[in-house]
Design a protein around this ligand. Structure first.
Ligand code: GNR
Ligand code: NI
Length: 172
């Protein structure tokens, strides 16, 4: 396993639409392990492969935080097959947009179809933080960030701040 650098705003890589995984092999499992290590180290509760620059439809999630034992979830080619009419609002953050937190409204529950680490087809009913997190991660696979769900004024303010910080970094 290896920790990888996390890609941050305003890197346009984050707007990439990721490609489905064709075969779940040892290379994919090694990548999932790198994602998990990167996510735990950050620390975060979810990570999409594009956040470490890999254009593949792969997601890791672990809501257990500092608890032991750990509860890692691996999602390959995840697809939302059902969402509740009921909505829920969470204050979201993103490892690619550090220190920014905004309320986002999404379906409160959803059902996700995906392949597991062995390539087996699975479905999982998600509610609470898991429902929010899996929707946030699937957005990443489609090049969408949580700030795309907030007001344009707020979003432009966030993007400006990160663009400016990057410029300062470059000029020293
Ligand atoms: O660590 C994370 N916390 C979080 C909190 C609320 C809603 C979504 C998330 S996901 C985020 C990690 C991340 O950026 N995943 O893409
Ligand atoms: Ni994120």
């Amino acid at each position: 396993m290896a920790k990888r650098p996390i890609i941050k705003l305003p890197d346009p890589v984050l707007k990439t639409v990721s490609e489905p995984v064709e075969t779940v092999d040892d290379d994919i499992r090694a990548l999932l392990d790198d994602m998990l290590e990167t996510m735990y180290d950050a620390p975060g509760i979810g990570l999409a492969a594009i956040q470490i620059g890999e254009r593949k439809r792969l997601v890791t999630i672990d809501l257990s935080r500092d608890e032991t034992p750990k509860h890692p979830h691996f999602f390959i080619n995840p697809e939302i097959v059902w969402t509740s009419d009921e909505m829920a609002t969470y204050e979201e953050g993103c490892l690619s947009i550090p220190e920014v937190f905004e309320e986002v409204e999404r379906p409160a529950e959803c059902r996700v179809r995906f392949l597991d680490r062995d390539g087996a087809e699975c479905e999982l009913h998600c509610d609470g933080l898991l429902a929010t997190c899996i929707q946030h991660e699937i957005d990443h696979l489609n090049g969408v960030l949580f700030i795309d769900h907030i007001s344009r004024l707020k979003r432009e303010r966030v993007v400006k701040k990160f663009t400016k910080a990057k410029k300062l970094e470059a000029t020293g």
